[in-house]
Design a binder for this molecule. Structure first.
Ligand code: ZN
Length: 167
């Protein structure tokens, strides 16, 4: 599968949209309801007590592929963050360090929150993520640390979030 069209089906939303309050399980490629406990055979994340966590797999765990590993395999991200601007270029290393720190911190608690790829093109860096909440968290962390302009665009049909940060 290729990247979805980042212009079609997106609408601008507020940074404080109610969508971020509820946490919906990523059902990407899920076949029916997730059985408990389950273990991902690619990354060893365990689904137990209604959430994904890093823990030793229970002996009776079902073997599955988690939504994050499915997305990585299919190159089908949920979150897209574009970074650009003069300030960004002047401080790129420091800013990317903050991005990676944020991901590491989140991933420790939430195994499905991962950065998938980073790509530089025409002066813009595009970061893709397996989870829209991670994309939002990175955008908020950048804005908190460096201000700048932060814009959110949401595609409700495919549950994709695109974030533009410019400084
Ligand atoms: Zn996995």
């Amino acid at each position: 599968m290729t990247h979805p069209n980042l212009n079609a089906g997106f609408q601008k939303i507020s940074r404080h949209d109610g969508l971020f309050k509820e946490y919906v399980h990523d059902a990407y490629k899920a076949k029916g309801k997730l059985q408990e406990p389950s273990v991902c055979t690619k990354c060893n994340a365990v689904f137990h007590n209604g959430r994904w966590q890093w823990q030793p797999a229970p002996t009776n765990a079902h073997s599955i592929i988690c939504p994050a590993c499915h997305r990585v395999h299919d190159h089908y991200p949920a979150g897209f963050i574009t970074l650009k601007g003069d300030f960004f270029h002047a401080h790129r290393e420091e800013i990317m360090h903050l991005v990676h720190n944020h991901e590491q911190h989140e991933k420790k608690e939430h195994p499905l929150k991962r950065i998938m790829s980073e790509e530089d093109k025409d002066g813009t860096t595009l970061i893709t993520t397996t989870d829209i909440h991670l994309a939002r968290g990175i955008g908020e962390a950048l804005h908190h640390a460096y201000q700048g302009e932060l814009e959110f665009h949401y595609n409700p049909d495919q549950i994709l979030l695109r974030i533009n940060w410019t400084r």
